[in-house]
Design a binder for this molecule. Structure first.
Ligand SMILES: [Zn+2]
Ligand SMILES: [Zn+2]
Length: 92
């Protein structure tokens, strides 16, 4: 049977982690667990940057109401003016 790692408490999240996996956080000045190390590096993720002015233009086929929605918002199902589900993407 292998000798198990000593579990130590992370000074940041108070969770237990094997002592051999603890890393010294230079900014924090204390030993932190692998989970805290992971969440630290996630902050540097820049892949979520989205262009701002990306809008899709819609037109309602029932009442001809035209409107625009940002690309990252889900497509509208109903016309905000007449409430009918007759939304079409307006070609530019
Ligand atoms: Zn932690
Ligand atoms: Zn409409």
């Amino acid at each position: 049977m292998k000798t198990e790692d000593v579990m130590v408490k992370c000074k940041k999240c108070n969770g237990l982690a094997p002592a051999s996996q603890m890393k010294l956080d230079i900014e924090f000045g204390k030993m932190i667990c692998p989970d805290c190390i992971k969440s630290k590096s996630k902050k540097k993720d820049e892949s979520k940057q989205v262009p701002v002015s990306d809008k899709i233009h819609y037109v309602c086929k029932s009442c001809d109401y035209k409107f625009a929605r940002s690309k990252d918002i889900a497509n509208p199902n109903n016309c905000p003016y007449c409430g009918k589900p007759t939304i079409d993407v307006e070609k530019q």
